[in-house]
Design a protein around this ligand. Structure first.
Ligand code: CA2
Length: 146
């Protein structure tokens, strides 16, 4: 049912997780994060719809779809976090609670990563905790929707 379905969106390059740059992003693959998220969703009574795209327009289409089909959005927008007004607008237009996740601590990295176009429209932001951030976001979403 739509009221228990959570859309987890992953942006550009997150399909590379676990394959390169392990010092920054760790050794866990995105398929592992997806499997963990589905297990955590089952435990919390949430259906997890886990997706990744390297294309801004596809992510925007999925946010528009969430307006009808999902209860909330958890998003790691990758590099689009720091650039995309359009993705921000689509998240607002979904009228769903949004939780922003980043694997790395974007505030401890280059200055251009310190700004997010999503943080101020999100109900909460989790950064720097690796894949654990996805679990924490699902737990928070379960409480928000309760
Ligand atoms: O820390 C995060 O979760 C980021 O959203 C990851 C993005 C980065 O642009 C953001 O500033 C922070 C990068 C996506 C992952 O890119 C990879 C590239 C090579 C190997 C593994 C991941």
């Amino acid at each position: 049912m739509a009221e228990h379905r959570i859309l987890i969106l992953n942006g550009p390059n997150l399909n590379m997780l676990g394959k390169r740059e392990p010092a920054i992003y760790g050794a866990t693959s995105l398929d592992d994060v997806k499997a963990q998220s589905q297990d955590n969703g089952n435990r919390l009574g949430l259906e997890v719809d886990f997706r990744q795209s390297n294309h801004e327009g596809t992510l925007i289409d999925w946010c528009q779809e969430a307006r009808e089909n999902h209860a909330g959005i958890i998003i790691n927008a990758g590099g689009l976090t720091h650039t995309s007004v359009s993705l921000r607008d689509a998240l607002i237009a979904s009228e769903k609670p949004v939780i922003e996740v980043h694997i790395s601590n974007i505030h401890a990295r280059e200055a251009f990563r310190h700004n997010s176009y999503i943080s101020d429209i999100a109900v909460g932001v989790i950064v720097g905790l690796g894949p654990t951030g996805y679990r924490l976001a699902l737990e928070a979403m379960a409480e928000i929707l309760d």
